[in-house]
Structure formats: C-alpha cells, structure tokens
Design a protein around this ligand. Structure first.
Ligand SMILES: Cc1cc2nc3c(=O)[nH]c(=O)nc-3n(C[C@H](O)[C@H](O)[C@H](O)COP(=O)(O)OP(=O)(O)OC[C@H]3O[C@@H](n4cnc5c(N)ncnc54)[C@H](O)[C@@H]3O)c2cc1C
Length: 321
C-alpha cells in the first residue's frame, strides 16, 4: 500500500530553485524508494535529487533549510526501512554521486557515494590491507561511517583516519578519527546530523593476493550463513550485551515466522527478509513480534539496527521511541 501526497508548495518551490541553479543530475518528484533500498520496501520520496558534486550537496541542504523542507541523505539504502507512506521533503541520493577514489601512500580517500565493495576492491588492487571486512557490506562509504558498520571483528572505526563533513551550520570541515564518536553501530553523526562527503582511510601495505584471499574467505562465510538471495537490510537488531540477537531469535523458535511478506530468515535468524510484496507495516509488525517473544523468553529488549525513515507508522513509536 502506498499513498501519494501532492508536492507541498515549499517542496515545489525548492524543486524549481534546484533546477534553476542546475545543482543536480537528476530531480525526481515522487521517486519510488523501494528500488533504492535492499529491502525493496517503501513509498515514494516527495523529491529525490542526485547532486552533481560535493558543493551541490551543501547548496541543496542550505536551500532545503531556507524553504523549510526536511532533507534526508540516502546511501545505498541497505540499512533502511522506508515508510509505506513515503518520505516527506527531499531525499539526497549520494550513491549515484561522489565517487572520488585516490591513493596517497598508505591512505585512500573515497567519496561518500562510493560502494564499500568498490573501495575494498581498490584497496586490494593497490596492495593496501584493512578493508577486507567491508567488501561484503552492501553500503556506501558515507552510510558505512554513519553506522560504523563492521563485520568479522573489524569496523569502520579501525580504518577511518578522517572525514570531510558538511555540518548543520552549512560549513564543510574535516573530522579527525576521534571526533566521529564511534561505538558499536553508532557514530556522532547520528546525533549531530553531519553529512559525510568523503573519507580518508589509513591502511597497511600487504600483497594483493593475500588481501584478496582474505576477502574471498569472508565473503564465502557470508554466502554460507546469510540469506543473500532474498531482499533484507542485514541484521534487523543490534547485538544486545547479553548475547547474540540471532541466537535468541532462533532459540525463541522464530525462524520462518512471518507477517504478510516479511519473515524471519530460515537461514539466519538475525535477518528479517522480504519474501515478496512485504510492506513496511508487515516489517514493523514482525519486528515487534520478534522483540516481544525474545523479551518474554530471555528478558532482553532487542534494539533495531535498521533505521526507519519517512512518515510515521503504527509500531514506530514503540520500536524507535
Ligand atoms: C545483505 C546485507 C548484509 C549486511 N551486512 C552488514 C554487516 O556485516 N555489517 C554491518 O555493519 N552492516 C551490514 N549491513 C547493513 C548495511 O549495509 C550497513 O549498515 C551500511 O553501512 C549502510 O550503508 P548505506 O550506504 O546503505 O546507508 P543507508 O541505508 O542508505 O543509510 C543508513 C543511514 O546512514 C545515513 N547516511 C547515508 N549516507 C550518509 C552520509 N554520506 N552522511 C551521513 N549519513 C549518511 C542515512 O541517512 C541513514 O540514516 C548489511 C546489509 C545487507 C542488506
């Protein structure tokens, strides 16, 4: 179920100005969001734009503020549950933009829109180790830093030297490693609204063949354990301090349980998957059900890892506060 709202006068005025200033390679009203998320769920974004460059990103956010239009930055949509009622205001899609990739000694600088798999492959080809863990994470550089994504014992925190960010005040500045406030699946960007435009990674020299072998081994482990054949957003819940979410969901007997088209994966209980035609309402209801059953069984309240975006829906307040 998707409901299409008309462009608000403020968004219509913003659109006109963006077009007049030629800031974007694409400006799409009512852009369907489902194809822009790995879950394949969600109603339309009122206005989706693809900025031409980093300068345009700053201009877009300044204009949105002037027009009083909410703005959201989208990476590869691999950690997102988009509302069935869509997203109000402007969505700035960076995965189709900001692809810079440069090496300087043992450092690599990458644009925020570059995919983590492309970044990891470049590092491998350049004989620089440290990004193997990221090669199978289907996000962008910007989304990866925002989430402090990680796998197999490594996370962004271990390799990010600095980021070029656009602050809420409209200023572009450099954030040093410690200023990112990295913690488990958390960064200070979640609190301060900074937008990553590019990031520099500090890596170690190693033989490309060895780096490639490690990447292949980690990706083989993913293929073996994860339901990569079905749309998902990876782990739906964060790891609680009491243990592993997937194990608790499994031991609560929830593998395979479904609400509409949304189901707990039979292969990996931490993954909630779209079996086909799932709505955000199905997904929220399934997340609530899983959370309730795990709380009943283990007394542990699971916290969502995937982010909800868009117009509020039933269940959002309980899950997302
Ligand atoms: C099959 C599968 C496997 C996965 N495996 C892992 C895993 O092993 N480890 C892990 O940690 N995650 C994993 N994930 C989840 C996901 O890939 C990561 O969280 C990833 O970092 C999200 O990046 P993205 O570009 O897709 O961000 P999006 O989903 O587009 O956005 C996520 C959040 O980041 C913000 N954001 C995006 N770009 C920027 C930017 N430039 N500046 C500021 N904020 C930004 C968005 O506003 C949003 O709030 C997996 C997902 C899938 C589908």
């Amino acid at each position: 179920m998707t409901i299409q709202h008309p462009l608000t006068p403020a968004t219509a005025a913003l659109k006109e100005e963006i077009e007049r200033l030629s800031l974007c390679s694409e400006v799409i009203p009512f852009a369907p969001m489902a194809p822009r998320t790995t879950l394949r769920i969600g109603g339309p974004a009122e206005l989706l734009v693809v900025p031409k460059d980093a300068g345009a990103v700053a201009d877009l956010f300044a204009l949105a503020e002037q027009h009083g239009v909410p703005a959201f930055v989208l990476g590869n949509g691999s950690n997102l549950l988009v509302s069935d009622f869509g997203i109000e205001g402007m969505v700035v899609s960076l995965r189709e933009s900001l692809y810079k990739l440069e090496r300087d000694g043992t450092r690599i600088t990458a644009g925020a829109g570059l995919s983590l798999s492309q970044l990891a492959a470049f590092a491998r080809d350049e004989g620089l180790a440290g990004l193997e863990f990221a090669s199978g994470i289907p996000g962008t550089v910007g989304g990866g830093i925002y989430m402090n994504c990680g796998a197999y014992g490594s996370e962004m925190k271990d390799v990010v030297e600095s980021s070029l960010v656009l602050g809420q005040d409209g200023e572009i500045s450099v954030l040093r490693a410690k200023q990112h406030g990295f913690a488990y699946r958390h960064s200070a960007l979640m609190d301060n609204g900074d937008i990553v435009l590019a990031a520099t990674f500090r890596l170690q020299p190693d033989a490309s063949a060895e780096i490639g072998a490690r990447m292949e081994e980690l990706n083989a482990r993913r293929r073996e354990k994860q339901p990569l054949n079905l749309p998902s957003a990876g782990s739906a819940f964060k790891r609680p301090k009491e243990g592993f979410a997937a194990q608790m969901i499994d031991e609560a007997g929830l593998k395979g349980i479904s609400v509409g088209g949304a189901a707990v994966s039979e292969k990996h209980a931490g993954f909630l998957v779209n079996l086909g035609g799932a709505t955000a309402a199905d997904f929220l209801a399934l997340m609530l059900l899983v959370r309730e059953r795990v709380a009943d069984r283990f007394g542990v309240l699971l916290e969502p890892e995937l982010r909800f975006v868009g117009r509020k829906m039933e269940g959002c307040d309980v899950l997302y506060g």
